[in-house]
Write a protein that binds this ligand. Structure first.
Ligand code: PLP
Length: 460
């Protein structure tokens, strides 16, 4: 299997990045409907893995995977994941695996230093940014409603969470999960570069406070999903502080860029936040899943989530960290191991060099788009994502949307390149994210060539 993994990682660039000939249900139909009565030799499962599963994979490790946020499960990360599976520990309390608990502390403190955050941010690892954000906002709810642990929100004034119209849907999902409802989530307008407008935030909070609504939290994003815009956290902080609102920074994608000295400027102010999420499984070469939640008030996370039945009461309680106290999950995978391997194998220098390369490639593509007749770049490129569209003269907005949809479909159907769509100001645009360690200038150039060919053949 290790040989298979090695060959796969060496040759993934030759596979179709997206299985465009598959339809929903095809994989399921190709597999037995029930488990075998008697155990089989593993060769059988491996054969099906090769013949049925792998052809049904969208290869996130492919150097021409440019959709969503392109990522890399790097070799050191994969090895760390293998060892974690072999150890199979469950780090729910310190005693259930001391090293898993303490390596999580050490690794997240290393990451905190790498991204330039001050001491005082306490880190824990969750599966995803969606979970990390929900936990952070649960702590914010504890602070806004100190009686909520005992009494829930019974009899309380309604509360709101504020984020920009470009914030990831996970933040609104948290508002739903935490009982604020859709009514408790207010979106704030953005500027021409898709950054949250502090003046609009101030107006919204002031209106709400005047109406008796509690401003529970503000969630700026550093690296929004559609354009990687960087919300002006330094300007948002004082507005939130003035009204006692918690600030949770969603740096799920963008966070690792703060390791690069010349990119850190865009993060100004985040060091003042109450909590921050950074996903090593997005742009820090760590296999899915691994999301770091930093919180300045870990005692509020514990107040939100700790509940210790007799069978989980351990002699070290109070002296050691029991990770089960920081979220909903009791059982916890040993996720720190793979992140530790990644940080050791690449070192700060190695991480900086790779993230810098991704940003340079994105800027290169942005330059090509800017110079090409009929193409429009739709947003600045602060990190490693380019959003653009084909807008030939004479085509109206509806036709332009249809054209770009057709271009994306055509390129993705080739199996050579995989890009995605988003919508900006109501218009459909192409999103090309660079984040794979094997992506080179040649891969980006080929993607650009395929897009232009598709535009030529999709044009009316
Ligand atoms: N925040 C941002 C800015 C994202 O782009 C994403 C996903 O792409 C998320 C949060 C959600 O991440 P996760 O899949 O880890 O929940």
């Amino acid at each position: 299997m290790v040989d298979w993994i090695t060959d796969y990682l060496d040759g993934v660039g030759e596979l179709p990045v997206f299985p465009s000939d598959l339809r929903p249900g095809d994989i399921r139909r190709a597999l037995p409907a029930s488990a075998p009565e008697r155990g089989e030799p593993l060769e059988g499962a491996l054969g099906d893995f090769r013949n049925v599963i792998v052809p049904g994979i969208t290869h996130w490790n492919h150097p021409s995977f440019f959709a969503f946020f392109a990522i890399t499960g790097s070799a050191p990360g994969i090895l760390g994941e293998m060892l974690a599976a072999a150890l199979n520990v469950n780090a729910m309390v310190w005693r259930s695996s001391p090293a898993a608990t303490e390596l999580e502390e050490v690794t997240l403190d290393w990451l905190r230093q790498l991204v330039g955050l001050p001491e005082g941010f306490d880190g824990t690892i969750n599966d995803t940014a969606s979970t990390s954000t929900m936990y952070a906002l649960a702590a914010a709810r504890e602070r806004a409603y100190p009686t909520s642990r005992a009494e829930g929100l019974w009899g309380q004034r309604p509360g709101r969470i504020y984020a920009s119209e470009h914030t990831h849907s996970s933040v609104e999902k948290s508002a739903l999960a935490l009982g604020f409802g859709k009514v408790g989530y207010r979106t704030i307008a953005t500027d021409e570069a898709f950054r949250l407008r502090p003046d609009a935030l101030r107006t919204a909070i002031e209106e709400d406070v005047a109406a008796g609504i509690v401003p529970v939290a503000v969630v700026p994003t550093l690296g929004t999903t559609s354009t990687t815009s960087l919300d002006p956290v330094a300007e948002i902080m004082p507005i939130a502080r003035e009204h006692g609102a918690w600030v949770h920074v969603d740096a799920a994608y963008g966070g690792p860029a703060a390791i690069v000295p010349e990119l850190r400027e865009g993060f100004a102010g985040w060091e003042e936040a109450d909590s921050i999420v950074i996903n090593p499984h997005k742009w820090l070469f760590t296999p899915v899943d691994c999301s770091a939640l930093y919180c300045r008030h870990p005692e509020l996370l514990v107040r939100a989530f700790s509940l210790v039945p007799a069978y989980l009461r351990m002699p070290e309680q109070g002296e050691a960290r029991d990770l089960m106290d920081y979220g909903v999950a009791l059982g916890r995978r040993f996720r720190a191991l793979k992140l530790w391997f990644v940080m050791r194998a690449f070192g700060r220098e190695g991480i900086v060099a790779r993230i810098r390369t991704h940003v340079e490639l994105a800027r290169l593509l942005a330059g090509w788009v800017d110079q090409a007749a009929g193409w429009e770049r739709m947003a600045p490129v602060p990190l490693a994502l380019v959003v653009f569209r084909y807008a030939p003269p004479g085509a109206d907005e509806e036709e332009t949307d249809r054209l770009n949809e057709a271009i994306i479909d055509r390129v993705n159907a080739s199996g050579e390149v995989f890009v995605g769509p988003t919508r900006l100001n109501g218009r459909l645009v192409i999103r090309l994210a660079i984040g794979n360690l094997k992506t080179t200038r040649e891969h980006v150039a080929r993607a650009w060539e395929r897009l232009r060919e598709a535009a030529a053949s999709a044009s009316p």
